[in-house]
Write a protein that binds this ligand. Sequence first.
Ligand SMILES: Cc1cc2nc3c(=O)[nH]c(=O)nc-3n(C[C@H](O)[C@H](O)[C@H](O)COP(=O)(O)OP(=O)(O)OC[C@H]3O[C@@H](n4cnc5c(N)ncnc54)[C@H](O)[C@@H]3O)c2cc1C
Length: 503
Amino acid sequence: MDTDVVISGAGPTGLLLGTELALAGVRVRILERQKKRHDQSRALTLHPRSVEILDLRGIADRFLALGHTVPSWHFAGLSRRLDFSALDTRHGYTLFLEQARTERLLEERARELGIEISYGHEVVSLTQDGDGVDVTGVGPDGDFALRAAYLVGCDGGRSPVRESAGIGFPGSDGTMSAMLGDFAVTDKEAIAAAGQVSLLIVPLTSGLTRFVLTDPKRMRVPATEPVTFEEFREALVDVAGTSFGIAEPHWLSRFGNATRLAETYRAGRVFLAGDAAHIHFPAAGQGLNTGLQDAMNLGWKLAADLNGWAPPGLLDTYHGERFPVGELVTDNTQVQTLLLELTLVPDYQRPVTALRELLDSLLEIPEVNTRLAGLVSALATSYPSPGADPLVGTRMPDLSLASADRRVSELMHSGKFGYVDFTGDGAAQVADGWEDRVTVATGGDRSWAEDVSEVLVRPDGHIAWVRRENDPPDAAVREARISAWAGTPERAAMKVRPREAAL
Ligand SMILES: Cc1cc2nc3c(=O)[nH]c(=O)nc-3n(C[C@H](O)[C@H](O)[C@H](O)COP(=O)(O)OP(=O)(O)OC[C@H]3O[C@@H](n4cnc5c(N)ncnc54)[C@H](O)[C@@H]3O)c2cc1C
C-alpha cells in the first residue's frame, strides 16, 4: 500500500477527516484537484455541534478567535429566530466565519499532524478489490496511481469518486436559483434600512459585504448560468428599490436547490462524506456543518479498522448513522426552500404571509423553538440504538469532571474513547483493558443524568454505553458493552468475545 487512506478533496470535510485519521496514527494522503486554495467562501457559518466537535479536539478557540458569534439563527428566513443560546451546550451560538478561513485553519491543523496535501492532483478513476483501492489521476507531473486500503470521496457535489464507485445520487434537479455577491464598496445607510425576506446582507470578516438575493424575476434562471455585475445590480433595485451602492465585486455566483442524497455512503472500501454524499439549497447553512460531522463519524471508525481493533460491523455503522442525518438535512432544506419559493410568488402572498405569521407564533413557544434549533444546530442528532438506554447515541454534554479537574471535551482531545466512572466501580478494569483506546476519568458533574454511574463516550462525542445506578456493576457486562464499540481488550484474559456483544 502507498498509504492507508486516500481522501479525494481538500474541502472542509476532507481536511477534518484527514486530521481525525492522522490523530489515530493512520497514514493519510489528501489529493486536491485545485492548484492552490482559493479565498472564496460559500459557507459563512459554523453551528453549535460543529464548534463542539472542534472543541473535542482542542481547536475550537482557533476558529472562535477569527469569527464572531451571534446567539441565534434562522429557519426559512422566519422573523422569529431560533434561540441557540437556550440549547444545552457551552457553544450556544452561530459562529460567523467564512469557509475560506475555516478551511485554512483545518489545513493548518492537518499540516501540524504531518498530513501530505497534494494540490493539483485530480482523482479520475478507481478500482477496488478485497484488500484495497487503486486510485488513478492526473497531477502536475502527469498521470499518477496510488494504492490504499480505503478511499474517501470528499470531493463535493459532482464527486468523481461517487461516480467511479457507481453509487447512485437520486434526488431532484433544481427548480429555483439565488445569487450571491461579495462587494468591497456599499452604501452602509441603505444596508441598515434593508428588511426583505429574500435578501440577506452579511458583513464579512475580510471587510467585504455578502449579499444573497432571491429575485422572483430571476429565480428560474438555471444555477449554471453566470451572474453579471449589471444583473446583480438590477436585481437589487427590483427587490429592494436600491442597489446599495455596490461596486468592486470580488465574487458573483448563482446557486440552486438541486437536492440529492447518495444511495449509500459506503461501497466496499470506498466511502463518501460531505457534499459528495448530499447536496441541497444552503437554507439555514447546514452543508458544511453536516460534512464536518460526517467526517467526525467516519474518522475514528476507519482508524479502528486500520489499527486492527474495530469490532465487526463498525464500518457499516457510518452509513447507518449518517444517511438518516442526510435525509433530515435534505428534507428540512427542501421545506425551507418551498416556503421561500412560495413567499416570492405574488398569487400566494396573503396565505403565505399568514403561514409565516403562524410559524413565527409557534416559534415563540420555547419547546418548539428548542426542537427546531436542535435540528438545525445538529445538537439533537442521535444515532439509532434500538433497545439501548435512551442516552445511547445522543451527544455527551461537556460536563466538568472531578478527577483531573477538566471537562469531557478535554478528555477527548486525543481522539480516543472517553470513559467516566462516577462511582468508582469500573475505572481500574477499563484502564487495564483498553488503555490504548480509552481515556479514563473518575467522578464529575452528574446534573445532566443523576442516576448514571458509568458512561462510555465514542471518539466523536456520542454516547456508546451508560450504566444506571439501578443496574448493579458487573465486570462481564462492562466488558461486553465496551468491546462492542472499542473492540477486544488488550489484556490476555477475555471474559466475553466481542462477537457476542450487540452494537
Ligand atoms: C451560497 C452558498 C452558501 C452556503 N452557506 C453555507 C453555510 O453558511 N453553512 C454551511 O454549513 N454550508 C453552507 N454551504 C454549503 C457548503 O459550502 C458546502 O456544504 C461545503 O463546501 C461542503 O464541503 P465539502 O468539503 O464536502 O465539499 P467542497 O467544499 O465542495 O470540497 C470538495 C473539494 O474536492 C475537490 N475536488 C473535486 N473533484 C476532485 C477530484 N476529482 N480530485 C481531487 N479533488 C477534487 C474540490 O476542488 C474541492 O476542493 C453553502 C453553499 C452555498 C452554495
